[in-house]
Design a protein around this ligand. Structure first.
Ligand SMILES: Cc1cc2nc3c(=O)[nH]c(=O)nc-3n(C[C@H](O)[C@H](O)[C@H](O)COP(=O)(O)OP(=O)(O)OC[C@H]3O[C@@H](n4cnc5c(N)ncnc54)[C@H](O)[C@@H]3O)c2cc1C
Length: 398
């Protein structure tokens, strides 16, 4: 059989991009990931390398200086990067989501203003929906923007911004009170330009320090505090207030394919480490891979890797074809993240005591996998999306 997680029907360009990224991951990411992660160090050199390869503009249309590639290409690139170190994929993920939202929903002026500089990696995006008191329940957002004569004033607190300190453009979802009956119709996305860094970066806008996390290190995750922050009305994404929920949901839909791809990447790496170790380690006179209990673990892990990859690819292709993919993206995210947690756990067990040592990569993967069960919507939220879609499609005639 072929190696795991192959994708049929790719173009020559896609194959070329993936081969380049795979080599970059093997040479520039995997050898440095453990040290950088243990030091919680931002991977500045790796990010420069990604800039040079044009990865920040991978999906931005060519007219704005990007490579104009599909969601599928992006997802396969992310899968490879996460195979090396998931945090590195986190650096480009929020950027990719903001670029997608601008491309789909920005005014012509906003696209012109940001997309070329985003393609070059000069403007780096992050996005913010979550607050200290809400994550899943997006419509309950409390941070509020009030319209004045010359623009809006924002007050409130945001939580869990990936790349909050290292980005310079944040798409922020806030309440604007459009007088709509439904809460989610009173939400607006603002494009907040800010300097990189921590502290009071602009009058009324503070990025406190990095949140200390169990994994997903190196990449910064922060809060964002608005205290009388003033912003011009032309920074409303798309120009019309009240559309923010729709914009963000479109963003997280592609984000879910991306999280599925990250989970696939970690699972592939865990499998690679496990099958290598299982052939080296001997107990009771033979390699542990020759004990059926371990061989069966490898078979199950590989089957999960393959299933998750295929569902992720299917969800990406559906979106690329212009069709709705909320159910498929939800299914891909659900299965890939749950399988990723299971596969890393099994790879850890195969490593015996050494899996618990910081010298072995599997301990890092074990700490990274749980984030994928939460980010871009928990498994419970994916099941809610999937079941709603199914009930829509299979409506009872009774
Ligand atoms: C490292 C990290 C990075 C992040 N980066 C970002 C970012 O860049 N931008 C951003 O906006 N957010 C980000 N988040 C936030 C993330 O999206 C939320 O944590 C996630 O959506 C869950 O929200 P919550 O933490 O408030 O959990 P809650 O919504 O409080 O949920 C708690 C538990 O209740 C369950 N639950 C909630 N509602 C239901 C329901 N209706 N039915 C059944 N079960 C339910 C959940 O599944 C979960 O198990 C990040 C989070 C982390 C940990």
């Amino acid at each position: 059989m072929a190696r795991l997680a192959q994708t049929a029907g790719l173009t020559d360009i896609q194959e070329e991009i993936l081969a380049t990224v795979r080599t970059f991951v093997d040479k520039e990411i995997i050898p440095h990931a453990q040290t950088l992660e243990h030091g919680d160090t931002y991977p500045a050199d790796i990010v420069e390398g990604m800039k040079e390869m044009g990865l920040f503009g991978l999906t931005i249309p060519e007219e704005y200086g990007g490579l104009g590639e599909s969601l599928l290409t992006y997802a396969l690139v992310v899968e490879q990067i996460a195979r090396g170190w998931m945090s590195v994929s986190g650096v480009i993920n929020t950027h990719f989501i903001v670029a997608h939202m601008l491309k789909q929903h920005g005014t012509p002026e906003q696209k012109q203003k940001y997309l070329p500089r985003m393609a070059a990696g000069e403007v780096r995006g992050s996005f913010s929906m979550s607050e200290p008191e809400l994550g899943s329940d997006v419509a309950a957002i409390r941070t509020r923007a009030v319209r004045g004569e010359s623009g809006y004033t924002i007050n409130g607190q945001k939580m869990w911004l990936t790349n909050g300190g290292t980005s310079n453009l944040t798409a922020v979802l806030v309440k604007t009170d459009e007088g709509a009956e439904k809460a989610h119709q009173n939400l607006t996305t603002f494009l907040v330009e800010k300097p990189e860094g921590y502290g009071e970066v602009l009058p009324g806008l503070t990025i406190p320090g990095k949140i200390d996390k169990m994994g997903y290190k190196g990449v910064d995750t922060t809060e964002m505090v608005f205290d009388g922050f003033e912003i011009a009305a032309d920074q409303v994404l798309g120009g019309t207030p009240g559309q923010g929920f729709r914009h963000m949901m479109d963003g997280v839909e592609v984000g879910r394919v991306n999280v599925a791809a990250r989970a696939c990447g970690i699972a592939i790496r865990s499998f690679e480490l496990a099958i290598e170790y299982a052939q080296q380690r001997k107990t009771f006179g033979k390699a542990i891979a020759e004990h059926q209990a371990i061989a069966f673990k490898l078979a199950e892990m590989a089957t999960k890797v393959e299933a998750a990859h295929l569902m992720m690819v299917n969800a990406a292709r559906l979106k690329d074809s212009g069709r709705r993919n909320d159910v498929e993206a939800g299914m891909a995210k659900l299965i890939a993240s749950e399988y990723c947690a299971e596969v890393t756990q099994e790879a850890f067990r195969i490593h015996g005591g050494y899996g618990y040592s910081k010298e072995y990569e599997i301990e890092r993967l074990m700490r990274e996998a749980p984030f994928l069960l939460i980010g871009e919507g928990t498994s419970e939220i994916q099941k809610t999306i999937i079941s709603r879609g199914l009930l829509r499609e299979y409506q009872s005639r009774g």
